[in-house]
Design a protein around this ligand. Sequence first.
Ligand SMILES: NC(=O)c1ccc[n+]([C@@H]2O[C@H](COP(=O)([O-])OP(=O)(O)OC[C@H]3O[C@@H](n4cnc5c(N)ncnc54)[C@H](OP(=O)(O)O)[C@@H]3O)[C@@H](O)[C@H]2O)c1
Length: 247
Amino acid sequence: MKTVLITGCSSGYGLETARHFHAQGWHVIATMRTPRPELLPVDDRLQVLALDVTRPESIATALQTCGPLDALVNNAGIGLFGAFEATPMETVREIFETNTFGVMAMTQAVIPQFRARRAGVVVNVTSSATLAPMPLVAAYTASKTAIEGFTASLAHELGAFDVAVKLVEPGYAPSTRFTANGEDRMRGLIPQVYAPFAQRIYSALTQVAAVTLESDVAEAVWRAVNDATGQLHFPAGEDAAALAARR
Ligand SMILES: NC(=O)c1ccc[n+]([C@@H]2O[C@H](COP(=O)([O-])OP(=O)(O)OC[C@H]3O[C@@H](n4cnc5c(N)ncnc54)[C@H](OP(=O)(O)O)[C@@H]3O)[C@@H](O)[C@H]2O)c1
């Protein structure tokens, strides 16, 4: 039986990806900053572990507990919507700690076992913001674009050891906790002078015809983990697929 470890499973894309891999017969290690086992079925093939990707000791403890892995899904991430001018550098660093350095730290922690076994897949969940730039998400886009370059380079480096590294690029999902989870961080980041412009962007977001569903991301991660063609990019969701097609 194959084993996957997924970060950020307390809601949204990560939770649905955990359910999907479990339904496909995998052993799933669903990690969360604050474990909530009640979110997932009680089953021998499902293990809920505490893991904060910004804390090295938390990463080490989780990996010691869970045993050998076949796949790592770096899904945990935090959002930021606001004018860059008004965004404290402390907040920019906070975004990078989770979205960029957290992904790198998790990946570095599993490479030795994957390289030694000459097998394994790392899937990094970025964003459709990397496919087509949009305003008021400059720092967030930077944190995810860094992972796009990181993954493309690492895919070559680890390909030499038969280890795969993939990108899943989800579109906009109003149904996850992404916006609610970022509310405190985003407060005050739209100064008055930006308000009319920001209002137009908010309105456009509420009128989008195509969005991404949690199941789109779970299925894209599944395809990425099982891919045997060498494909690097897996846009997820109707909106992300349309943006990818325009590139
Ligand atoms: N929703 C969108 O529109 C959208 C679009 C494109 C890409 N994405 C990306 O998709 C991924 C999942 O987002 P989502 O929409 O499912 O949002 P979500 O519902 O907010 O889920 C994000 C998950 O990440 C976890 N997390 C945050 N910081 C963490 C940390 N330091 N260590 C471990 N886990 C942490 C959260 O856990 P807590 O419950 O502990 O906070 C939560 O489980 C993210 O990487 C996000 O950037 C989202």
